[in-house]
Design a protein around this ligand. Structure first.
Ligand code: GLC
Length: 715
């Protein structure tokens, strides 16, 4: 991190530079194009990116664009990335009047998805299932180091959207449905990026992108302001407080107002209230979409004016350069104040200054040994697996388990669409945008079938096997291509599940989905069920090592897994959501109206830890406490302990409970440990027109079956 003196010097430098810039040069800094725009148009998808000097010169010199993003053709290795960015920077610094370097951005949202030989990690939903801030932070740090090794200083990550719409194609990119968990993991991801010099993170997608009413990407979200502030804003505020340097805007609209045109959100809230000073970049083509899609701008020129006046500093434009001319024309005609252009361009220059790009147009780093990075990916993959069912202790598959024999002689039929493809493990943003192209992976890429064959006799068909590993999968997809008409798992996989569970053998189901696809009741006939989500390329090994008991599962669902298509209700619902069909006619209301397949925080292990005690202390509105946990078993375990908080009565109908804190700790055999926690104030209060408040009254904290009542007194 730079010192205050250096920061002031840097700020002076960029202000001085801005004062020398023409309007056109400033407009150029606000423009971001995709690498395709400056590459050889004859390039194919399997080619390494090949710059077209004339197209590059038009963008970088004639139009002076400030940023380039994305990958064109196949993923590049670090040396190829460095060569590509070097060629761009040499033109930007050597052939432009002021020699301002560009800032290159990539989507490394779960590791280096566009770097050949890069390290991929589990997607955010899996990281959330691990409840491990340390793993999130380290995965982000490694990702940032690998980007620096490639000479790429800007990562369009972390996703900070809270996953409240399981139909949404990007549910897997979120840290799940809970606000507190998303806050803490989002901050850990930002911290991981900030640990590497010359790298900027990008919190996305500000704001309210993850709750489209229809579940379809980039569509209307009906979010009243109190819900926006209670649920979707906290992770962004926490990331800003943690120092995230840039934010990307939500492509959709909230209550009919496209966020790219919302001055209320992008300026009044983000700048005025949250004090964010970094760069706000649009999402893909979202300025022009104010005209072409949202229809809130009658012309492309008006779309530019609306977005820039709302607070967009940089337009991911990404194929055309008109944005530069439109900015100039709007200013020269008096429809855009040049002061706003100065403000946006200064933020872009300040970002480049903070990244050291003026002195060193490419960041650099030497990531640690590859085997250590892969080991972390494997640890994260294993930590994010959730053992949802384990009937009759079917797992682990060892001599003394239901399988009853040495694994090497255990005939394990490995079947299902997820068993022999690397794509279902890594999901989107892996080698390719959608991540569904198996040819983009090495021929020897790990698959569940391949790794299982190292330990089990996987030659038999299901009929002859001792046990069946059923790998259910959703084809990787993201954004609009990932829109679905139903959360229900396709009939073919449902039929396969029914047929296999009808064979009278232990069926172990592994769920490799982007979102909680709804299963039939046949799943209840499975001996074991593991949520694997998108565990990354080490996921196959993590799954097999878990089946073998080499690793004990400790993950917990960071979302509610619905049983029925019409029951997409978050765990932090209200009492009215829970009321049974009896209208509560009995004396004591029966709040049994919700029956998810697996609840938020569901998760088993091979050796359960115990919660021995729960203590809560109140000081004013600060609530702290401790949980004492014990490992009664003979093996080390990890325990993830969620602490839920209930506000018994409030002037706004209170959620039944919310996650107020969590602890995640390892315990040696026989070890007992007391772990302190502090309850997140935002889990005890709510926003309304008067702002945020926690009302005095009766509360309780709950850890599994232990409950502690407490009272908050008026301040
Ligand atoms: C995409 C995504 C965004 C990504 C950007 C650049 O449309 O919405 O998450 O960072 O474009 O690839």
């Amino acid at each position: 991190m730079v010192g205050a003196e250096e920061t002031r010097a840097g700020q002076d430098r960029v202000r001085s530079l801005l004062a020398q810039m023409t309007l056109r040069e400033k407009a150029g800094q606000m423009t971001q194009v995709t690498i395709h725009t400056v590459c050889d148009p004859a390039m194919g998808p399997q080619d390494a990116a090949r710059l077209d000097p004339e197209r590059l010169r038009r963008a970088v010199v004639d139009f002076g664009v400030g940023s380039i993003l994305n990958v064109a053709g196949r993923p590049l290795n670090p040396a190829e990335w460095r060569a590509l960015v070097t060629e761009i920077q040499e033109m930007a610094t050597g052939e432009t009047r002021l020699g301002i370097p560009i800032v290159y951005g990539l989507d490394a949202v779960h590791g280096s998805g566009y770097t050949r030989g890069g390290t991929l990690f589990p997607h955010n939903l899996n990281l959330a299932a691990s409840w491990r801030e340390d793993l999130v932070r380290e995965a982000a740090r490694i990702t940032a180091e690998e980007l620096a090794e490639c000479g790429v200083p800007w990562n369009f990550a972390p996703v900070l959207d809270v996953g409240r719409q399981p139909l949404w194609s990007r549910f897997f990119e979120t840290f799940g449905e809970d606000v507190h968990l998303a806050k803490r993991l989002g901050v850990a991801a930002v911290e991981g990026h900030l640990a590497v010099d010359g790298i900027a993170a990008c919190g996305k997608h500000f704001l309210g992108y993850s709750a489209p009413a229809t579940g379809r990407d980039r569509t209307t979200a009906w979010i009243p302001e109190n819900r926006l502030r209670d649920v979707f804003l906290p992770p962004f505020r926490a990331a800003i407080e943690a120092g995230v340097q840039t934010l990307m805007v939500n492509s959709g609209d909230i209550n009919g107002v496209p966020v790219h045109a919302s001055r209320e959100l992008l300026t009044d809230l983000l700048r005025g209230e949250l004090g964010f000073e970094g760069v706000v970049v649009s999402d893909w083509e979202d300025v022009i979409k104010l005209h072409t899609i949202h229809r809130v701008a009658e012309t492309p020129r008006e779309a530019v004016r609306l977005a820039v006046m709302a607070g967009v500093d940089m337009s991911m434009t990404p194929y055309d350069l008109d944005f530069v001319d439109q900015i100039c024309e709007l200013v020269e005609s008096g429809d855009l104040p040049e002061s706003r252009i100065d403000e946006a361009a200064l933020r872009v220059l300040a970002l480049k200054e903070s990244l050291g790009l003026f002195e060193r147009p490419l960041p650099s780093a030497s990531p640690g040994p590859k085997r250590e990075r892969i080991a972390l990916s494997l640890e994260a993959a294993a930590a994010g697996l959730v053992l949802l069912e384990n009937r009759e202790n079917t797992l682990p598959l060892t001599e003394d388990s239901a399988a009853g024999r040495d694994p090497s002689s255990l005939r394990l039929a490995v079947v299902g669409p997820g068993c022999d493809s690397p794509t279902v493990l890594s999901g989107s943003w892996s080698q390719t945008w959608q991540g569904d192209d198996a040819t983009a992976f090495p021929d020897d890429a790990a698959t569940i079938a391949r790794v299982a064959s190292e330990y089990f006799d996987t030659t038999p068909q299901a009929e002859e096997a001792d046990a069946i590993l059923l790998c259910l999968a959703e084809r990787p997809s993201v954004e609009k291509p990932g829109d679905i008409d139903s959360l229900t798992l396709d009939g073919e996989q449902q039929s396969l599940g029914r047929a296999l569970t009808g064979l009278g053998k232990p069926v172990i189901a592994v769920l490799l989905f982007d979102r909680p696809r709804i299963l039939g009741d046949w799943i209840d006939a499975c001996a074991a069920v593991i949520w694997a989500g998108r565990p990354g390329p080490e996921g196959a090994r993590a799954i097999v090592e878990t089946l073998l008991g080499h690793r004990g599962p400790s993950g917990r669902l960071p979302f509610t897994y619905p049983r029925h298509p019409g029951e997409l209700v978050s765990y932090s619902h209200r009492w009215t959501d829970r009321l049974g069909r009896n209208y509560g006619l009995e004396k004591d209301y029966r709040f049994d109206g919700l029956n998810p397949r697996w609840p938020f925080c569901a998760g088993r292990s091979y050796a359960e830890g115990m919660v021995v005690a729960l203590e809560v202390e109140v000081a004013g509105q600060r609530v702290t406490g401790s949980v004492t946990v014990r490992n009664p078993g003979a093996n080390a375990i990890r325990m993830v302990v969620p602490i839920f908080v209930r506000d018994h009565y409030a002037s706004v109908a209170p959620p039944v409970e919310r996650l107020g804190a969590f602890v995640s700790t390892e315990l040696e055999p026989g070890e007992e440990r007391r772990v302190d926690f502090e309850v997140d104030p935002e889990s005890m209060g709510f926003h309304d027109d008067d702002g945020f408040r926690i009302e005095p009254g009766a509360f309780s904290a709950r850890v599994f079956d232990k409950v502690q009542e407490f009272t908050l007194l008026p301040l």
